[in-house]
Design a protein around this ligand. Structure first.
Ligand code: ADP
Length: 161
C-alpha cells in the first residue's frame, strides 16, 4: 500500500499546545505529516516571521519522527500537490470554527479533489487560540503552560519578560 501523507496548514502565529496535540494525533494516523506555516494575507501584522514560526514548530515536534515542516505563501492545494499529500488536516475547536472550515474544505476539494479531515480538539485545549495567546503575552501574562517550551522562550524574548 502506498504511503499516506497528510498536510496540516495553519498560521501558527504562534504554534500552541492545541496545534501540537493535532500534530501528535495525525502523526499516529498517517505515514508522514507535513506541517505548513501559511502566510495568511487576511491576517496582517503577524507577530512572528515565517522563518521564526517554522523554527518554533520544528523545535516543538522533535519527539515525532514522521513530521516535516514547510512554510508557504501560495495556495494550500498547490503545496499539497508538491509534498504529495492525499489529505489536509484541520483542527476543530467548536461549532464556530465549522462554517469557515467547511467552506475551505469544499473549495479545496473543488480546486484539486483533495479531501480534508477534521480532528476535534480535546476539551482541555478548546479555548486556545493564537490570537488570545498573543494578547495575553503582550500584556505580560504567562502562557508557559499553553505552548511548547521553544515557543514560550520566543514569546519571552519578544516581550522581554
Ligand atoms: P488558521 O489561520 O489557518 O486558522 P491557526 O494557526 O489559527 O490557523 O490554526 C491552524 C489549525 O489549527 C486550524 O485547523 C485550527 O482550527 C486549528 N486549531 C487552532 N486552535 C486549535 C486548538 N486549540 N485545538 C485544536 N486545533 C486548533
Amino acid at each position: 500500500m502506498s504511503e499516506i501523507v497528510a498536510l496540516y496548514p495553519g498560521s501558527f502565529d504562534p504554534f500552541h499546545n492545541g496545534h501540537l496535540e493535532i500534530v501528535e494525533r495525525a502523526a499516529g494516523l498517517f505515514d508522514t505529516v507535513v506541517v505548513a506555516a501559511v502566510r495568511n494575507p487576511q491576517k496582517s501584522n503577524p507577530l512572528f516571521s515565517m522563518e521564526e514560526r517554522q523554527n518554533m514548530i520544528a523545535d516543538s515536534v522533535t519527539h515525532l519522527n514522521n513530521v516535516k515542516i514547510v512554510s508557504i505563501s501560495t495556495l494550500v492545494v498547490v503545496v499539497a500537490k508538491e509534498v504529495g499529500a492525499q489529505v489536509i488536516i484541520r483542527g476543530l475547536r467548536a461549532v464556530s470554527d465549522f462554517e469557515n472550515e467547511l467552506q475551505m474544505a469544499q473549495m479545496n476539494n473543488k480546486l484539486s479533489g483533495i479531501e480534508t479531515l477534521f480532528i476535534p480538539t480535546s476539551s482541555k485545549y478548546s479555548f486556545l487560540a493564537s490570537k488570545l495567546l498573543r494578547e495575553v503575552s503582550a500584556y505580560g501574562g504567562s502562557v508557559a503552560d499553553l505552548v511548547p517550551s521553544p515557543v514560550a522562550m520566543k514569546l519571552d524574548e519578544k516581550y522581554q519578560l
